[in-house]
Design a protein around this ligand. Structure first.
Ligand SMILES: [Zn+2]
Length: 459
């Protein structure tokens, strides 16, 4: 671990750039941060104070530190795959200053004692602020009341994926959802229906047997989202569907919202970027991921829904694995891939390739997840907010070099893609924590205070 001192918190005046405040761009404004690591003032023509460091942005953009609402850092338990030291370095490289992390390897996060033990272990290593979802599994039920207000939500697997803790029995699902609702905890869900997937797999043969999108078909997500929404409605639970991969499942979410139900959703950059044919052609099972990547119809339909603001968030589902595991045969290659290192460039890439305007895209990685998951002080550049900042030259391009990415895996399905908008400087609560690929100072990440669900911004 880095034994140097944390970087100093200096009062700074950022001027001469274009500010995105978490919801929209604001031309002609400057931003001042204070010695407490907060945003002090945002407005036109701010004059430097005597003790301030002036940062001339020279046309660069100034954004709130990004929030990745879906990462797996696998600590404790599987540090050989990632851990908070490398994971948080990867996050900063992607412009991310806050991660919402899911413990999906044992020990699952089922009590406040486990949460505190995790914070004690990862806090000293983390270079970004963090929140951790609880695990909605049987062992957690007696502890949900204590977890409320400490975690953004509790995570439920409908169906099964790489991690532990899946459920596919309807009565159990209703009981777990009811327990979360009674504790005032929102539910975040991975939705793929086991029965649909088993039927689909039984019908496959030959070359199709290794088509991940046919084994985990559109109907698996649609059916599972239908089940989750029905269960949540029945017991009065608040539901967020993670990483929606199909336009059809998102139709169900939109219908539920139109009917007044507290149902929201996020998607991931890869569902806006690739198709199932791309995934099948990619060597080493690099794009094998759950939910599977679907057809161009879904990719493009999801992009239009991002544009219309139907998703409250985009999260990477950063899922680190060594490439030596991904190169196993299809059945034994784990699902998922690293991507937190590239979140901001991927946002620009979705804009460039899919024509989605930048404001809804950037909101979905700043104010959107902050409001949804109750991350106090994050995601907006307004007076009083944490001075989590990203400085970026939006037109500066680079080829992705997987070996140079800071997270542990050292491979990426985006290797060789030309991307733009790599962060130049990143600040966490007023400290410069990333500059041109380097990580000055000792880690200073800490848990984000959580706004209780009942007090979060209404839809
Ligand atoms: Zn995940």
């Amino acid at each position: 671990m880095d034994t140097s001192e944390p970087a100093p918190v200096l009062p700074r005046l950022f001027r001469g750039g274009l500010v995105f405040d978490g919801e929209r761009f604001r031309a002609g404004v400057d931003l001042r941060t204070d010695a407490a690591g907060r945003v002090a003032e945002v407005g036109p023509g701010l004059r430097p104070a005597a003790d301030e460091v002036v940062v001339d942005l020279d046309g660069r953009w100034l954004l709130p530190g990004l929030v990745d609402c879906h990462v797996h850092f696998r600590e404790p338990g599987l540090e050989r795959k990632e851990g908070y030291d490398t994971g948080s370095r990867g996050a900063l490289h992607g412009g991310v200053t806050t991660v919402c992390e899911i413990q999906n390897n044992p020990p699952l996060l089922t009590s406040v004692a486990l949460l505190e033990a995790k914070f004690a272990q990862v806090g000293p290593k983390s270079r970004v602020d963090f929140a951790c979802y609880g695990s909605l599994v049987e062992e957690a039920l007696p502890h949900l009341g204590d977890l409320a207000g400490r975690v953004p939500a509790v995570k439920c697997f409908l169906g099964c994926s790489t991690g532990a803790g899946g459920v596919d029995d309807p009565a159990t699902l209703r009981r777990w959802f009811a327990a979360a609702a009674a504790a005032g905890l929102p539910i975040v869900a991975h939705c793929e229906d086991n029965a649909v997937m088993q039927r689909a797999a039984a019908e496959l043969s030959g070359i199709d047997a290794e088509r991940h999108d046919l084994r985990r078909p559109v109907e698996a997500e649609v059916e599972s989202v239908r089940t989750a929404i029905a269960a949540a409605a029945e017991v009065g639970a608040r539901l967020h569907v993670f990483h929606v991969s199909t336009d059809d499942a998102m139709s169900l979410v939109a219908e539920a919202r139109a009917a007044g139900l507290p149902v929201t959703a996020s998607t991931a950059p890869h569902y806006l970027s690739w198709t199932a044919d791309d995934a099948a052609a990619m060597p080493q099972h690099r794009l094998k991921v759950n939910p599977s990547i679907k057809s161009a119809r879904h990719r493009d339909g999801l992009a239009r829904r991002v544009e219309r603001g139907e998703f409250v968030a985009i999260g990477t589902d950063h899922a680190p694995h060594p490439l030596t595991e991904k190169t196993r045969d299809y059945a034994h290659a784990p699902s998922g891939f690293p991507s937190v290192d590239l979140l901001l460039p991927l946002v620009f890439d979705v804009h460039d390739r899919r024509g989605v305007p930048l404001e809804p895209l950037l909101a979905s990685v700043t104010s959107g997840p902050v409001d949804e998951f109750g991350l106090r002080g994050k995601g907006r550049l307004v007076a009083g907010a944490d001075a989590d900042l990203v400085v970026v030259s939006p037109h500066c391009e680079r080829l992705v070099d997987e070996a140079a990415l800071p997270s542990r895996s050292k491979w990426s399905p985006y290797h060789g893609r030309r991307l733009r908008g790599f962060p130049e400087r990143v600040f966490l609560r007023g400290r410069e924590v990333f500059r041109d690929g380097a990580f000055p100072g000792a880690p200073t990440g800490r848990p984000v205070p959580i706004v209780p669900a009942a007090e979060r911004v209404a839809e």
